[in-house]
Every structure is written in C-alpha cells, then in structure tokens.
Design a protein around this ligand. Structure first.
Ligand SMILES: [Zn+2]
Length: 266
C-alpha cells in the first residue's frame, strides 16, 4: 500500500508516529497551519510556527524517508482579533518561496462570527493575489452546514478563485454534495469520535463516487489517529473495493490535487 496523508499536524506528534506512517506506506505528509491548542499572544508566535513548518518539520520527516509539505495561514480559532490576523497575514508572502509550501490553509470558520468571516476574506484575497491553492477548515457539529455555506459563498464571490484549486475539508454527509457541486474538492476527516468514522467515509465514497474526494486523519494533539487513512483503506478492502479504487482515493486523488502546486513533488 502507498498513500498520501494530506492533512496531519505533525508538530504535535511523536517521532514514533512518523515511523509508523512510513511503515504503513505513507509517501508524503501535508501539514496545514492550525491552532496549537492555545492562543498565541503575538504575530511573532506565528512567525516561529511558520519556521517550524517550513524548516524543522521537513527535516524530522526526512529521517523516515517521508516528504513533508505545509500550508500557511492564521486559523479561524485565532481569527477573532482582526488586527493580529492582519499582522500574521503580512508575514506569509515571504514564506511562499520555501520549497515545501503548498498554499493557504487551513483557513475557514470556527464559530461563523463576523470577524472570522472578515479574516477569511483577507486570506482568500492573499491566495488570489499570489495564485496559491486553498485548503479550508469547516466548523464542527451544528455550525458546519451554515459555516460551509458561508465559506462557499465567500469563495464563489471571487472570480479569481478557480474551484478546482480549493479543497474543503471535514465534509460530512450533509455538506459533501454542495462542495462537489461547486467544482471544489472535498476532504473527509477520519476521527475516532467526531467527524467521519472509516465506515461513514466509505459510505460517502460509495454514494458520491471517487472523484475530487480524499481521506485524511487530521491527527493533532487531541484524540486522533495518524494511521486512520491506511486503516480505512483496509476497511475498504474488506468491503470488497478493488485495489485500484483504493489507490485512487488514498494516493492518486491527493496527488492530482496537490500537484497543482509546483512545490508538490514526490
Ligand atoms: Zn487540521
């Protein structure tokens, strides 16, 4: 088995996790910028985090033969302070020439607040101006449907944004169709408790087909599983999916989307 982990927060994982992922057939891991479990107090904190994502983490992954890529942004959970967000966004362009940067992400909404929406618009503007791919985090539970609608409206309102260069992550049964209908990609996040279980994700795949969809673990510092993608591949096999169909969803699809960035090379 070979697969790409398109969404993992490796800064919060141990070296053992890198080794287990490599042993399971992981060819590349992609790390969106996100909340660290606590709010940073200044733009300098984000600067150091971006250095970690572009300098330190690729070296840690390389020790296990893994390619490491990343996405940069200020996440929605820390986007209430619009002034701070502006300072962080101003830092990002100088990182675009780092060899492992794929685009802007994971931007999006958390509580669907007015300030979060303003910061989302600022980062869509940044992506459009620098012709970057976009990875979007959608809110959890009861906020997901409304938040997904707001995000899609924001992206569709900007004629510079090409839908095939946007991935909307953490989709579930009630949001996947509206994302695919816009021509965007949809990511299913495999979590032990919330988001999608492997069984639900495979049900969605069987319902909507295998186009413009990928699977990720979104493993971070919370309850999550860095091997969720290969475990789901195993479950697909047990359900009778053919090897080619499994490889498409766990390897070819993420490769097809991600190679739209010139930096994504396996
Ligand atoms: Zn994430």
């Amino acid at each position: 088995m070979r697969y790409i982990e398109p969404h993992a927060h490796m800064v919060s994982r141990t070296t053992d996790d890198y080794e287990r992922m490599a042993l399971a057939g992981c060819a590349a891991v992609c790390e969106p910028a996100f909340w660290a479990g606590f709010d940073r107090s200044s733009a300098a904190g984000f600067h150091d985090y971006f250095c970690q994502l572009t300098e330190h983490e690729p070296k840690r992954a390389a020790k296990f033969g893994l390619k490491h890529f990343c996405w940069l942004c200020i996440n929605s959970k820390e986007a209430e302070d619009v002034k701070l967000a502006g300072e962080v966004i101003a830092l990002i362009p100088k990182f675009f020439n780092r060899p492992n940067v794929l685009g802007i992400g994971e931007i999006g909404l958390n509580k669907n607040s007015r300030n979060e929406l303003r910061v989302l618009e600022m980062q869509v503007e940044l992506a459009a101006k620098f012709d970057q791919l976009i990875l979007v985090h959608t809110p959890h539970l009861e906020d997901k449907l409304k938040g997904t609608r707001l995000i899609l409206d924001c992206l569709k309102n900007d004629p510079r944004i090409r839908p095939e260069r946007v991935i909307i992550d953490h989709v579930e049964e009630h949001t996947v169709e509206m994302v695919l209908d816009c021509g965007m990609w949809a990511g299913m996040t495999l979590y032990p408790e919330t988001k999608c279980t492997p069984a639900r994700a495979i049900d969605i795949l069987e319902t909507y087909g295998g186009e413009n969809l990928w699977l990720n673990s979104a493993c971070d510092w919370g309850v999550s599983d860095p091997l969720a993608v290969p475990k789901t591949a195993l479950e697909m096999k047990q359900r009778g999916h053919l090897a080619g169909a499994i490889e498409k969803i766990i390897f070819q699809n993420p490769k097809k989307f991600l190679r739209q960035s010139p930096n994504f090379k396996l």
